[in-house]
Design a binder for this molecule. Structure first.
Ligand code: NAD
Ligand code: TYD
Length: 342
C-alpha cells in the first residue's frame, strides 16, 4: 500500500541515502524531505531524487512549529523519520547550544505536531554514542539496549536527551514511536568533516591526515545502506516503544582505518599527523545487534573490505560533489534550484 514518508535531515549523509533507498524500494511511496540546509545539508546530493515526481523537498527547520505543522496538515504523513540533527562531535564541543536546539527541542517539536495531528508513526534515528564508551581492554563488552545512557559529549548528551523524550512520550501519551541506535556509518555523501571522507579527501590532496591522540580509539563501522535496511525493517514492523541497536561487529581503530585508506590510494604513511586529542574523546564503541537480528531478521550485508572500496571509489568518481563542499559553493545550490520560485 502506498505511504507518505517524511524524512527529516534528508539532505545530509544518512538521510539522503535513506531517501534513495526508499524511492528505489517503494516506487509507489511519496517521500517528503524536510531539511533546513544547514552547513551539513547539500541539496545537490538530492538532485537525482528531485527528478522523481514522488519526491518533494521542503526547506524547513524542524524547530519551526507553524511551518512543520502546515506541511504535515497538507501532506498527512503515515510515517515521520527524524534524521535531522547537528551530528559532529567536534562542533558540539565549540557550540553546544545549537545541538540542544535541533537535537532535543527539534525532536520535541516534531513529536508534538505528530501527536496533535495523530500521525500514526514516528521513528527517531539515534546513535550508539548515547551509551558513552567502552574500555579498550575489555573486548568482551558490547552496548545492548539495556546499557545505561552515559553520554560523553554535548552531541551525544543532546541525542540522549531526545531519546529520553521519545521514550517518555511513548509511556505518557502512548506515542507511536521507535528508536534506532546505530554505530558509525560510512559510504557515499558523507560530509568531509568526518573521519573517513576527511582522510580520503586529504590523502588525495597530499595534505596531512590529522589523527587525534594516539589513534587507538575504536569505532564499529557500518555501511550506510545496512543502516537504511535496518530502519526500513523497524518502520514497517508494528512493535512500538522499542529501541534497537544497529551495528555490524566491525570494530577498527582510527589508525588502522587511516592506514588502510592510504594503502588503497597508494599514498605514504608519512602523511599521518598526530594532533591534540578531542576533549572527552570516547575510547571504544561496539554494538550488540542481537535484538534487531532476532526480532526483525536484520544482519549487515556489506563487508567492510567491500564497503570501504566502494566508498573510496565513490569519492574518486564524485570529486565535483566534495570539491563543491570544500569550496563552499554547495550552499548556492538551493538558490540556483529554487531562487525566485518560493
Ligand atoms: P548530517 O550532519 O550529515 O546531516 C544532518 C542533516 O540534518 C543535514 O542535511 C542538515 O541540513 C539537517 N539539519 C540540521 N539541523 C536541522 C534542523 N534544525 N532542521 C532541519 N534540518 C536540519 O548527519 P548524518 O551523519 O546523516 O546523521 C543523521 C542522523 O543519524 C543524526 O540524527 C545522527 O545523530 C544519526 N547517526 C549518525 C551516525 C553517523 O555515523 N553519521 C551514526 C548513528 C546515528
Ligand atoms: P567522527 O567521524 O567525527 O565520528 P564520531 O566522533 O561520531 O565517532 O570521528 C571518528 C573517530 O575519528 C573519532 O574517534 C575521532 C577520530 N577523528 C580523528 O582522529 N581525526 C579527525 O580529523 C576526525 C574528524 C576524527
Amino acid at each position: 500500500m502506498s505511504k507518505t514518508l517524511v524524512i527529516t535531515g534528508g539532505a545530509g549523509f544518512i538521510g539522503s541515502n535513506f531517501v534513495y533507498y526508499i524511492l528505489k524500494k517503494y516506487p509507489d511511496y511519496c517521500v517528503v524531505c524536510v531539511d533546513a540546509l544547514t552547513y551539513a545539508g547539500n541539496l545537490s546530493t538530492l538532485k537525482e531524487a528531485l527528478k522523481n515526481p514522488n519526491f518533494r523537498f521542503e526547506k524547513l527547520n524542524i524547530c519551526d512549529y507553524a511551518g512543520v505543522k502546515n506541511l504535515f496538515e497538507e501532506i498527512k504523513p503515515d510515517i515521520v523519520i527524524n534524521f535531522a540533527a547537528e551530528s559532529h562531535v567536534d562542533r558540539s564541543i565549540t557550540t553546544p547550544g545549537i545541538f540542544v536546539d535541533t537535537n532535543i527541542k527539534g525532536t520535541q517539536n516534531l513529536m508534538d505536531i505528530c501527536r496533535e495531528l495523530e500521525i500514526p508513526r514516528f521513528h527517531q534515528v539515534s546513535t550508539d554514542e548515547v551509551y558513552g564508551d567502552l574500555p579498550l581492554d575489555r573486548p568482551d563488552l558490547f552496548f545492548t539496549e539495556n546499557t545505561p545512557i552515559h553520554a560523553s559529549s554535548p552531541y551525544s548528551a543532546s541525542k540522549a536527551g531526545a531519546d529520553l523524550l521519545v521514550l517518555a512520550y511513548c509511556r505518557t501519551f502512548n506515542f507511536p514511536a521507535t528508536i534506532s541506535r546505530c554505530s558509525n556509518n560510512y559510504g557515499p555523501f558523507h560530509f568531509p568533516e568526518k573521519l573517513i571522507p576527511l582522510m580520503i579527501t586529504h590523502a588525495l590532496a597530499d595534505e596531512p591526515l590529522p589523527v587525534y591522540g594516539d589513534g587507538k580509539n575504536v569505532r564499529d563501522w557500518l555501511y550506510v545502506e545496512d543502516h537504511c535496511k535496518a530502519i526500513d525493517l523497524i518502520i514497517h514492523d508494528d512493535r512500538l516503544g522499542e529501541v534497537y541497536n544497529v551495528g555490524g561487529h566491525n570494530e577498527m581503530s582510527n589508525l588502522d582505518i587511516v592506514k588502510l585508506i592510504l594503502q588503497k590510494l597508494n599514498k605514504p604513511e608519512s602523511l599521518i599527523t598526530f594532533v591534540e586529542d578531542r576533549k572527552g574523546h570516547d575510547r571504544r564503541y561496539a554494538i550488540d545487534p542481537t535484538k534487531i537480528h532476532d526480532t526483525l531478521g536484520w544482519s549487515p550485508e556489506t563487508k567492510f573490505k567491500d564497503g570501504i572500496e566502494t566508498t573510496i571509489d565513490w569519492y574518486l568518481s564524485h570529486e565535483d560533489w566534495w570539491r563543491e563542499i570544500l569550496s563552499g559553493n554547495y550552499q548556492n545550490y538551493y538558490e540556483k534550484m529554487y531562487g525566485g520560485k518560493i
